[in-house]
Design a protein around this ligand. Structure first.
Ligand SMILES: O=C(O)c1cc(=O)[nH]c(=O)n1[C@@H]1O[C@H](COP(=O)(O)O)[C@@H](O)[C@H]1O
Length: 238
């Protein structure tokens, strides 16, 4: 995976998606389809976006018993997206089952989608980990542990915040991919995110990919906002 800038298409329907994508003319993008859009539009939105030539991260964050996740992934593999994810909190058996399902469902001769595990959501704070999840550990230890079990389960990488990327790269190597949401330009509001960084910081810390939603999608000129994020991400020297 070349260091992509992934745009989160957190829109309510296909019309909003098309209005947004029309700003980009012929530019080939890497986009993320999450729960909001997929639950409304279903698999048809994936074929639509694929026809436009964009790469797709299907972000459904699967978290269930191993057999259910395996069968769900078997079906999702048929959509031929580039990247999918699960919650590492589902455990090693569940993560291994996700890979089995993807391998079983990927059409002959095609490559299975890369699969990554959400470690701790970027909206989660140290206080939440201790008070709500009852985990008395530093967040970066928790993320590293979840990433280790994801790697042992055969996953290709993780979703984490930029704050944990250095420790993951040191311990698991840079080929284990780190996809980091929670990205904001310097003056943007954090909204519901907690562990945030700018695109420049993400690049310096060694993220494989950044996921950017509102800092592009909610701007008056989304194309200009995208180009600014892209420049900040791609022009920064690690
Ligand atoms: O898996 C994700 O993509 C994800 C994981 C995570 O820990 N935090 C996180 O924000 N995301 C997604 O990344 C996007 C971030 O959107 P913005 O906060 O608007 O940039 C949303 O679509 C989230 O669903």
């Amino acid at each position: 995976m070349e260091r992509p800038l992934i745009i989160a298409l957190d829109f309510k329907d296909r019309t909003e998606v098309d209005d947004f994508l029309n700003h980009f003319h012929d530019e080939k993008l890497f986009v993320k389809v999450g729960m909001e859009l997929f639950y409304q539009e279903g698999p048809a939105i994936i074929s639509h976006i694929k026809q436009l030539g964009h790469a797709i991260f299907l972000d459904l964050k699967l978290h269930d018993i191993p057999n259910t996740v395996k069968q769900a992934m078997r079906g999702l593999a048929k959509l031929e997206v580039d990247l999918v994810n699960v919650h590492a909190a589902g455990g090693k058996k569940m993560m291994a089952a996700a890979i089995e399902g993807l391998e079983a469902g990927t059409p002959e001769g095609k490559q299975r989608p890369a699969c990554i595990a959400v470690t701790q959501l970027t909206s989660t704070s140290q206080e939440m980990v201790e008070d709500e999840l009852l985990i008395n550990e530093n967040l970066d230890h928790v993320v590293l542990h979840y990433a280790k079990i994801a790697k042992e389960s055969g996953l290709d990488g993780v979703v984490c915040s930029t704050h944990e990327v250095e420790v993951l790269n040191e311990n698991l190597g840079v080929s284990f991919i780190t996809v980091t949401p929670g990205i904001r330009m310097k003056d943007d509001s954090a909204d519901d995110q907690t562990r945030i960084a700018t695109p420049e910081q993400a690049r310096r810390l060694g993220s494989t990919a950044i996921v950017v939603g509102r800092s592009i999608t909610k701007q008056a000129n989304p194309y200009e906002a995208y180009m600014n994020v892209k420049k900040a991400w791609e022009d920064t020297v690690e």
